[in-house]
Write a protein that binds this ligand. Structure first.
Ligand code: S3P
Length: 194
């Protein structure tokens, strides 16, 4: 089975995905990292040199490849990009062939997390996320996230089979919540790629 994580940037998809991989002792793919490795350049450069539409095509192609090449017996944790399920074909693929979990977080929580992450990298959150370019303060980031959420929330919900509100949880607590949810719901293992 594939356990996919969706949600807005800063909802914890990548950090929680890595913790979940350790808890489940399974394979792990971060879709953004997969695209960067395949293209040999950063997401920022892809946006800057080829544009968002080209990035979305690469993202959809990589997603399909990962899902199509996964075997039914192993478990894979797959952290999606924040915009992956805005592509209707990708959203359908994620819904039908993975057990997708939507990590929700309020814009202010996301702005806090992205600012903390940026300060440990000595840069702005926007530096590594083209969708945030031009957002310089926590308030700018929260406003941008709020706008994105209003456009994307329906897609996140439609692609997912379970929702976890993350505002009051650390990334380890989110991973542990998912781990026990999976352990207590044996039907999840029937969500195999077709
Ligand atoms: C994007 C989110 C990013 C990355 C790209 C576009 C988006 O992933 O795919 O910069 O459109 O929200 P994260 O959500 O992992 O930051």
């Amino acid at each position: 089975m594939i356990i996919a994580l969706t949600g807005i940037m800063g909802s914890g998809k990548s950090s929680v995905g890595r913790e979940l991989r350790a808890l489940l002792s399974c394979s792990y793919i971060d879709l953004d990292d997969y695209i960067e490795a395949k293209e040999g350049c950063s997401i920022n450069s892809i946006f800057a040199e080829k544009g968002e539409a080209a990035f979305r095509t690469m993202e959809a192609d990589c997603l399909r490849k990962i899902i199509d090449t996964h075997n039914n017996t192993d478990t894979l944790v797959l952290s999606l990009g924040g915009g992956t399920v805005t592509n209707p074909d990708s959203a359908r693929l994620v819904h039908d062939r993975t057990f997708c979990i939507f990590l929700t977080a309020a814009p202010e929580t996301v702005a806090e997390r992205l600012s903390a992450e940026a300060s440990t990298r000595s840069g702005l959150a926007a530096d590594s996320r083209p969708i945030l370019h031009g957002a310089h303060t926590k308030a700018d980031i929260a406003a941008r996230i709020s706008d994105l959420l209003s456009k994307r929330e329906a897609s996140y919900r439609a692609a997912s089979r379970h929702i976890i509100p993350t505002d009051s949880l650390s990334q380890s607590e989110i991973a542990e919540t998912i781990h026990s949810f999976i352990g207590n719901n044996s039907f999840i293992s029937s969500c195999h790629p077709k």
